[in-house]
Ligand binder design. Structure first.
Ligand code: CA
Length: 219
């Protein structure tokens, strides 16, 4: 799940980027309001974490502009703890949720997962396909009763395909959704991840649609 993070505090921004990447998210981090605002139009993000006090342009006006332009990405705003006025202004400007600083990484993760789930119309926290189940919060993957170990990018690909069941995903779209601007991507990276997922989860778990892409398709 690729997330846009806009936060000018280096300690908080670095902590979020490093921590969320360890949890399997793909993070593009911007410290300037104007750069961050533009970034939303440059890559497919599942959600945004937005600080309100930013150099360049403040969070609330960024958010208002996105919503005016009909951008529907879920936005989690970061506010000062106890600042009720900020929270209200944020929610009224189109934010979907807020977190008061300081916050715990696991709470950020849980809120992001809830926002992404709601956005994709997912009713239950767990995702499943055939005999494979996946828990976005713990990242635990099971085939039947057996727990399977996946690499972070394999996990990201599995989660992406589960969120888009019965939809063909092109290699380009997959690359854009599981890699950040900072990642160096080998040209056959997606093929390798698909190969590994089939080896670990069963060869019919992902179907190749010739020259178009990949799909997890219900029979
Ligand atoms: Ca700030």
């Amino acid at each position: 799940m690729r997330i846009l993070l806009i936060e000018d505090d280096n300690l908080i921004g670095d902590g979020l980027k490093t921590g969320l990447e360890k949890l399997g998210f793909t993070i593009d981090w911007f410290t300037d309001g104007l750069d961050g605002q533009e970034a939303l139009y440059q890559a497919p993000y599942e959600a945004v974490i937005l600080d309100l006090g930013l150099p360049g342009r403040d969070g609330l006006s960024i958010l208002k502009e996105w919503r005016n332009k009909k951008r529907l990405e879920p936005v989690l705003i970061l506010t000062a703890r106890g600042d009720v006025d900020q929270r209200i202004a944020g929610l009224n400007s189109g934010a979907d949720d807020y977190l008061g600083k300081p916050f715990s990484l696991l709470e950020v993760q849980a809120r992001l997962n809830a926002l992404i789930r709601r956005q994709s119309g997912q009713l239950t926290p767990k995702l499943s396909f055939k005999d494979v189940s996946f828990d976005p919060q713990t990242k635990k993957v099971c085939k039947g009763e057996k727990e399977i170990t996946l690499s972070p990018k394999e996990t990201a690909l599995l989660e992406l395909l589960l969120h888009n069941k019965n939809k063909v995903m092109s290699k380009e779209v997959i690359e854009n959704k599981i890699y950040s601007w900072d990642d160096e991507v080998q040209s056959n990276a997606v093929e390798v991840h698909v190969h590994n997922l089939r080896k670990k989860l069963g060869k019919d778990i992902i179907k190749t649609i010739n020259k178009i892409g990949y799909i997890m398709e219900d029979a």
